[in-house]
Design a protein around this ligand. Structure first.
Ligand code: IPM
Ligand code: MG
Length: 370
C-alpha cells in the first residue's frame, strides 16, 4: 500500500539498530491491525555512516531528512570513534541534523512509570506521578556559537566557546513552552544563569516580556537559576510542570530529570522545527539514552525509549493520538505484566531481551486492538 506518510529511520550505532527494529515491528503491526501505513526509508548516521563514508551524515541523507515528514533516530557513538576528527565524529551527524533542519524546540518529558518507582534512587513518594516537560533550545547557544576553538596568540594557548542568543531564538522556544504548558499544568519555569551571564539576563528579560504581553495570562511563570533548578529537580521534582531553558542547561537538566524517573531507558524526546505555511513542521524523534556500546548487539537493550519516541512521532507529526496512546499503554502493560529488560529488572519479574520485550509489547497491542 503506498502511503503519503514518510518516515526516515536513522538507527545509527550501538543499541540504536536493535531498538529501531522493534519499532519496525510496531509499524508492520499498525499496517495490519490499524490500516495505517508509512513509507519508511532507512539511512546511515553516526559511526555507521563514518565507517562507509568517512563522515557522520551524508548530503543525501540530509536531503532525505529534509523531505521526510518525520525522522526516527536511534543513537550514535562508540569508543571506536574516540579519535575520529571532530567534524566527522558520530555526534556531529546528530548536531547537523538538528541545525540544518532548524529543530529548535527539544521536548524531553520526564515521566515516572508506576511499575518502576523503585528503580529511582529517589524516594517513591518524591517521584510517584512525576510528569515534567523540559523544553530545551536546540539549535543555538554554546553548541553552535562563534567564535569557537583555539585562539593561540603570542604563545598563549587559549580556547573559546561562545554562548550567544538572538531575541527571535529565545522567543520562539519560549512560545513553544507556554503553548505546551497551556495543555498541561499551566506552569513554566524558565531557567538560566542571569546572576552571572549576560545571555542569561537577556533570556530572563525576554521571557518576562512575553509573559507580560497578555498572551499568556493563564500561565504561571517562575524564573529559576539553572544551578538551583538542578538541585530542585532532585529535591522536589513534582513542583515542575514545564521547564524552558537554553541548549547547554537543557542538556544537563534533562539528564538530571531523566534519572529522577529512575529509567533512562524509558525516556523519549521530540525535536521540532517551526510550523510552515502548510501547517507542517520538521521533526526528529529520538530516545534520550545513548548508544550503550557495552550491551550493543547482545539483545539486552530496553527498546522502550525508542518505541515511546515513535509514539511521540505519531502524536506530533501525524496527529495519530489513539495509536500513540495504544503504544504507550502496551509498553506500560508489558511492564506491569512483569516483563523487564535488564536495566529495569526487579524481584519477581521475568527478564527478557530487546526482542523479547518487543514480543511482549506486540502481544499487549493485540489485546488492546481486540
Ligand atoms: C543529548 C546528547 C547530545 C547533546 C550529544 C550526543 C551531542 O547528550 O542529546 O542530550 O549534547 O545534545
Ligand atoms: Mg545529553
Amino acid at each position: 500500500m503506498a502511503s503519503n506518510k514518510t518516515i526516515l529511520m536513522l538507527p545509527g550505532d550501538g543499541i540504536g539498530p536493535e531498538a529501531c527494529n522493534q519499532v519496525r515491528r510496531i509499524i508492520d503491526w499498525m499496517a495490519k491491525r490499524r490500516s495505517v501505513s508509512f513509507d519508511v526509508k532507512e539511512g546511515l548516521v553516526g559511526g555507521a555512516c563514518y565507517d562507509v563514508h568517512k563522515e557522520a551524515v551524508t548530503d543525501e541523507t540530509m536531503a532525505d531528512a529534509m523531505s521526510a515528514d518525520a525522522v526516527l533516530f536511534g543513537a550514535v557513538g562508540g569508543p571506536q570513534y574516540d579519535n575520529v576528527e571532530r567534524h566527522a565524529r558520530p555526534e556531529a551527524g546528530l548536531l547537523r541534523l538538528r541545525k540544518d533542519m532548524d529543530l529548535f524546540a527539544n521536548l524531553r518529558p520526564a515521566v515516572t512509570f508506576d511499575a518502576l518507582l523503585d528503580a529511582s534512587t529517589l524516594k517513591p513518594e518524591v517521584i510517584s506521578g512525576l510528569d515534567i516537560m523540559i523544553v530545551r533550545e536546540l539549535t543555538s547557544g554554546v553548541y553552535f556559537g562563534e567564535p569557537r576553538g583555539m585562539q593561540t596568540y603570542e604563545g598563549v594557548e587559549r580556547c573559546v566557546d561562545t554562548q550567544a542568543y538572538t531575541r527571535a531564538e529565545i522567543e520562539r522556544v519560549t512560545a513553544v513552552a507556554f503553548d505546551l504548558a497551556r495543555k498541561r499544568g499551566k506552569k513554566v519555569h524558565s531557567s538560566e544563569k542571569s546572576n552571572v551571564m549576560e545571555t542569561g539576563l537577556f533570556w530572563k528579560n525576554i521571557v518576562t516580556e512575553m509573559h507580560q504581553s497578555g498572551d499568556y495570562d493563564d500561565i504561571e511563570l517562575h524564573h529559576i537559576l539553572a544551578d538551583n533548578c538542578a538541585m530542585q529537580l532532585v529535591k522536589n521534582p513534582k513542583q515542575f510542570d514545564v521547564i524552558v531553558t537554553d541548549n547547554l542547561f537543557g542538556d544537563l537538566l534533562s539528564d538530571a530529570a531523566a534519572m529522577a524517573t529512575g529509567s533512562l531507558g524509558m525516556l523519549p524526546s521530540a525535536s521540532l522545527g517551526g510550523i510552515d505555511e502548510n501547517g507542517n513542521r520538521k521533526a526528529l524523534y529520538e530516545p534520550v539514552h545513548g548508544s550503550a556500546p557495552d550491551i550493543a548487539g547482545k539483545d539486552l537493550a530496553n527498546p522502550s525509549a525508542t518505541m515511546l519516541s515513535f509514539a511521540m512521532l505519531l502524536r506530533y507529526s501525524f496527529d495519530l493520538q489513539e495509536d500513540a496512546n495504544m503504544i504507550e499503554q502496551a509498553i506500560q502493560n508489558a511492564m506491569t505484566s512483569g516483563k523487564r529488560t535488564g536495566d529495569i529488572m526487579a524481584d519477581g519479574c521475568e527478564q527478557v531481551g530487546c526482542s523479547g520485550f518487543g514480543d511482549a509489547v506486540l502481544a499487549e497491542l493485540d489485546k488492546l486492538a481486540a
